[in-house]
Design a protein around this ligand. Structure first.
Ligand SMILES: [Zn+2]
Length: 176
């Protein structure tokens, strides 16, 4: 647990030139798009990030984590779901630059010199949200005479690319 709050706004290019570090916490309620997908906006996001220049390109590396409340699909109560993401982003200003990024980096489109750190963190954390959430100790509804059936298809691991596409659509829609 970091003691210091994270800054609300950051200047990625300036921070990268200074090899800046961002270590701290931020209320989940500042990540409005992520919080909108959760039962409650109570909670804390933690991040441990380093910025640097790689040639002409600014990059940010590190990790972020949060525990969010999602609806348990078995009992319909709130369930705590821990999210943790590794972050490796290259800041780009054009689509061309995005295409030139090495495959180890995801693009982050920088439209302003100064951006809310929350928007960067939630872009990554939203992708880590599970499609369905369960309490780990929550019993499934009993089936009647179907105990020998194969496990329900909802428990299969979702295709991560399908999740990504779905969430990209969602982010775009609420971005206006
Ligand atoms: Zn439950």
């Amino acid at each position: 647990m970091f003691e210091h709050p994270l800054p609300a706004m950051i200047k990625p290019l300036k921070l990268a030139r200074q090899e800046g570090k961002l270590q701290g916490h931020m209320p989940l309620e500042q990540l409005t798009l992520l919080a909108a997908d959760c039962v409650s906006n109570e909670g804390t996001v933690e991040a441990d990030l380093t910025l640097k220049m790689e040639g002409p390109r600014a990059e940010i590396h590190g990790s972020a984590s949060a525990t969010v409340k999602l609806v348990c699909q078995r009992c319909l109560d709130a369930a705590d779901v821990p999210l943790k993401v590794q972050i490796a982003l290259g800041f780009v200003q054009t689509e061309e630059q995005a295409k030139e990024l090495p495959s180890s980096l995801e693009p982050f489109l920088l439209e302003e010199e100064e951006i809310p750190l929350a928007s960067l963190l939630e872009q990554e954390l939203i992708l880590a949200l599970p499609i369905v959430a369960y309490h780990s100790d929550c019993e499934p509804f009993p089936y009647q005479g179907e105990e020998d059936q194969a496990p329900s298809s909802v428990e299969e691991k979702p295709n991560p690319f399908a999740v990504l596409e779905q969430l990209k659509g969602k982010v775009k829609k609420t971005d206006n």
